[in-house]
Design a protein around this ligand. Structure first.
Ligand SMILES: Nc1ncnc2c1ncn2[C@@H]1O[C@H](COP(=O)(O)OP(=O)(O)O)[C@@H](O)[C@H]1O
Ligand SMILES: Cc1ncc(COP(=O)(O)OP(=O)(O)O)c(N)n1
Length: 273
């Protein structure tokens, strides 16, 4: 039997299983690739927020990465929580030396407002990590943090994308999940994202689900994109397929704990598809 494509996530652990490494590996399984992990940090986290976070030593991160890449090999890499400037710089250097597409989710703050990246690491994200990204997937808070561009409506997406692209990723996906309604347009109810490389432009629109159980949406989307790239899809194809997967997972999100529950990574299995 031939082996499935391999995808590596470089991210933090979410003990509650909704985001981070756990969301990434569940997404990869659901999308038919072999998921592998480099753990950068451990969080004590649940549906109510992040109660604690501990970074791993940079040598431990480098060693995990080398173990996977040097023996098994990777068809795509996804990065998430990197916690500190030291880890951001080490991971950027590793990605730069790896011949595989990299999906960079520049995780800054969790949905509950907990910082997952030190403020002192922002400059390393701009100057070291974004330049080695095949696709960067910031949410609107991360766009503001990294570029100073505030997005209040769909009209602002192009300016946000240009600002992120100026740091060097090949493509940027501006995620509009944090905008209410139809990206600021009256009368609509869509979750709108913009994918662009500065010349091609792809607007992704899907029904916005009135569902508070959206913990892990960004991790899930980025891992799904990496899975598609590993399977040989182009960036626009991988992003379109990932958007469809995350939209279904949000629609099926469920209540666990007393706060924001997870999306359902197994929604396609449960739907029998
Ligand atoms: N309530 C929702 N209904 C449908 N899609 C959503 C909803 N919230 C977010 N999305 C989509 O989920 C993906 C992740 O976006 P977002 O939640 O902004 O990322 P993050 O988790 O990094 O903050 C995007 O494609 C966004 O449009
Ligand atoms: C360990 C860890 N990594 C990343 C996140 C952020 O995940 P995200 O998909 O952006 O979802 P929310 O936390 O915003 O719901 C995290 N929480 N923990």
């Amino acid at each position: 039997m031939s082996a499935p494509p391999t995808v590596l996530t470089v991210a933090g652990s979410d003990s509650g299983g909704g985001a981070g490494i756990q969301a990434d590996l569940k997404t990869m399984l659901a999308l038919g690739v072999h998921g592998m992990s480099v753990i950068t940090a451990v969080t004590a986290q649940n549906s109510l927020g992040v109660q604690g976070a501990w970074e791993l030593p940079v040598d431990a991160v480098r060693a995990q990465y080398r173990s996977v890449v040097d023996d098994i090999g990777v068809q795509a890499v996804k990065t998430g929580m990197l916690a500190s400037a030291e880890l951001v710089e080490a991971v950027a250097e590793l990605l730069g030396g790896t011949d595989a597409p990299a999906v960079v989710d520049p995780v800054g703050i969790s949905k509950h407002g907990d910082a997952l990246l030190a403020a002192s690491a922002l400059d390393s994200v701009r100057t070291k990590l974004l330049p080695v990204a095949t696709v960067a997937t910031p949410n609107l808070d991360e766009v503001a943090q990294l570029t100073g561009v505030r997005v209040d409506a769909e009209d602002d997406f192009r300016r946000a994308a240009a600002a992120v692209l100026s740091y060097g990723p090949k493509w940027v996906l501006i995620k509009g999940g944090h905008l209410p309604g139809d990206a600021g347009r009256a009368g609509g109810n869509q979750a709108v994202d913009l994918l662009t490389d500065g010349s091609e432009e792809h607007w992704l629109r899907a029904p916005r689900h009135d569902n508070r159980h959206t913990h892990g949406t960004g991790c899930t989307l980025a891992s799904a994109i990496a899975s598609g790239l590993a399977k040989g899809q182009s960036v626009p194809e991988a992003v379109a397929a990932a958007k469809e997967y995350v939209t279904g997972a949000i629609a099926a999100g469920f209540a666990l704990g007393g706060g924001i529950g997870p999306v359902d990574h197994g929604w396609r299995f449960r739907a029998g598809a």
